[in-house]
Design a binder for this molecule. Sequence first.
Ligand code: FAD
Length: 339
Amino acid sequence: MNSVFVYCEIEDGQVAEVSQELMTKGRSLACELGCNLEALAIGCELNGIESQIFPYGVDVLYVADDKRLSPYTTLPHTSIIVKLFEEQKPQIALMGASSVGRDLGPRVSSALHSGLTADCTSLVIGSHEDKKLGKIYEKLLYQIRPAFGGNIIATIINPEHRPQMATVREGVMKKEIFNPKYKGKLVKLDVSKYVSDTDFVVEIIERHLEKRKVNMIAAPIVVSGGYGVGSKENFRLLFELAEVLGGEVGASRAAVDAGFAEHERQIGQTGVTVRPKLYIACGISGQIQHRAGMDQSAQIIAINTDPEAPINAIADYVITGGVADVIPKMIKYYKKNTK
Ligand code: FAD
């Protein structure tokens, strides 16, 4: 059976978080399918990159190393992937739903006529019976994602064309080393066979990289505020609590839309996905689009004036009360007890 393939994004010699998460998912899919997990790294000065990739259980790593391949540009990366996929015929190909993956994925899938599901929130293996054709498809990739404005969860399949391609956002899948000593096979590609001069018509003259201001994905505690927090000023209480707890501040979309918090703090279907040790939901009703970004948290505390708020159904602890009453008490008692 053909492989599961992961395209590894590389920046400053580091494999991106989203690619590490996808290799973890790819490994479990490959185990279920009984096939190899393969990965592809494209860039320059990639010597030793395999030490970051093999521990995720990668059986074969293809490396395209050429100074013209970094920083990322669309055409040469597309050409390399398309040709490699034509040779290796993977059954599944995964990419990050990052700016690079969103640029690359559609080009590759369109060149291969393979189809692509963007922003998947879950990937599982399953079968499908096409009653019209009288055919049963085994071991398909169920590409699961919210659809129709988040009102339904759609399962998308691609029975006939290969590879079955999907992109996934950073933080959605869990990252886990498979075996720190895992050793796969390293295949160095002869780049000249995969690209042509016309792939390099675009030259990057200058690059400005903006560092991420908030990193909620890595935070062990997220204090998150919703529309019920009431104002930007009240959000300061959340920042204070996050500071004493050593966490980050998140927000619901309604809070972001109301201008209480910056957009990069939005958690949920159209924001980031977090799975901290503790998630404190303050004045958040807990609509499905918000829950999609936080329901994997290890422990959830909900603070809400409404005892029937939907967030309470997934919370480990519920505090019924107003944010402005409860949060200052939490700050006070936490400070007192950690002296
Ligand atoms: P509300 O639903 O207005 O809830 C406010 C809560 O605060 C209530 O439960 C209320 O009881 C409580 N409250 C009021 N006063 C107080 C007080 N003083 N103290 C304590 N509690 C109080 N939402 C997201 O969050 N993230 C997303 O990524 C996202 N993506 C979306 C994508 C699509 C396509 C769509 C259609 C919607 C999306 N939404 C998203 C919006 C989502 O459906 C909800 O509208 C939103 O999550 C509601 O935010 P909220 O819980 O802060 O506000």
